[in-house]
Write a protein that binds this ligand. Structure first.
Ligand code: PMV
Length: 334
């Protein structure tokens, strides 16, 4: 029997609409995977083939406010009302339908995002995580973070990791219903670590990560090596985080990102998120590394690069990349 999202919602939420508050409001950070999630063993429940490990972006993320409205759902993104037929609205509606108390119950959802939407900067992760937290408040479910991580995953896989700050690992799990597939935070902190966002193009990506992922799994002759690569990467990342070995962290993350793009480039038809500017920036970074600056990159389903470096190199890197947005991932408040 096929397990659908509603079945999972029923398993987790015992008192779906016991109380309905006038408002629910919550914040969730965006996150960047250092060992990536790529490929689903279950397409409906967003269950991954592999575990993944990410770093959350402190105060770069989404704040979502939920209230009710009269005649139809209304969605706002950065104060602009969204057409109900956009991909953004349709995805949101599908997720909200899982929790709607009655057919004629309508949500007003307002999201303020501090990260560029759909530019491969994991904005959907922050959005679905903030929405899940806001729904928990709105309906007084009082769920724990593990349960909320599972619910957020139903919106977008990587959202399962945005429930937490710092380093976060999403365990793939192996149960058919995915009740063991959720994220947890790692205890280690690394205050000197910095993330740089190198925005090379903020237009919407031409192909969604959902489609790109599926095509890669189905057609890339290299995909079968991917699970083993991610497992190694996670092992090395644990070691790097535990011993604060920055070279190992950077090298592992960059290699994992390039491995990810190698599977995409060999898909049929090929999936290429690289722009000339992307390659140019990579070469610039490799040159800097040869010159002794310890900087690495990672890249998701978009043309932008995310840099990894330590605070001591901040000045040099802002000189090289004047538009670099720098984030201290451990600057969040507990
Ligand atoms: O959660 P999705 O469906 O947006 O997929 C995220 C895919 C990557 O960003 C490329 C990797 C990851 O682990 O975040």
């Amino acid at each position: 029997m096929v397990i659908n999202k509603k079945d999972i919602v029923k398993k987790i939420i015992k008192n779906p609409h016991a109380t309905i508050n006038t408002m629910g409001k919550a914040y969730a950070p965006a996150n960047i995977a250092l060992a990536k999630y790529w490929g689903k063993r279950n397409d409906i429940l967003n269950l991954p083939f592999t575990s993944s490990l990410s770093i959350s972006l402190a105060n770069y993320g989404a704040t979502t406010t939920i209230t009710t409205t009269q005649e139809a759902d209304q969605y706002f993104l950065n104060q602009t009302q969204q057409d109900p037929n956009t991909e953004f609205s349709l995805r949101l509606k599908k997720f909200l339908d899982l929790f709607r108390p009655a057919k004629d119950f309508y949500f007003n959802v307002a999201t303020e995002s501090t990260v560029p939407i759909a530019a491969g900067l994991a904005s959907s992760a922050a959005g679905f995580a903030a929405l899940t937290l806001a729904l928990d408040q709105f309906f007084n479910w009082n769920l724990d973070k593990q349960q909320l991580s599972i619910l957020a995953r139903l919106g977008s896989g990587s959202a399962s990791r945005s429930l937490f700050q710092g380093f976060v690992e999403w365990n793939a799990g192996d149960q058919e219903d995915g009740m063991d597939s959720y994220a947890h935070p790692l205890p280690e902190k690394w205050p000197e670590l910095r993330i740089g966002l190198l925005l090379l193009d903020s237009n919407k990506k031409p192909l969604s990560s959902r489609e790109a992922m599926q095509r890669t799994v189905e057609t890339s002759p290299y995909y079968h090596r991917w699970p083993e690569q991610v497992a190694h990467a996670i092992e090395h990342l644990h070691q790097a985080i535990h011993t604060k070995d920055f070279e190992l962290l950077g090298k592992t993350s960059e290699k994992n990102a390039l491995g990810l793009h190698a599977t995409m480039l060999t898909a049929q038809p090929p999936v290429c998120y690289w722009l000339p500017e992307t390659l140019q920036a990579m070469q610039h970074l490799w040159t800097l590394r040869t010159a002794g600056i310890s900087v690495y990159f990672t890249q998701d389903a978009g043309p932008n690069l995310k840099l990894l470096f330590l605070e001591k190199d901040l000045d040099k890197l802002t000189q090289e990349f004047p538009k670099l947005i720098t984030i201290n991932p451990f600057s969040y408040e507990e």
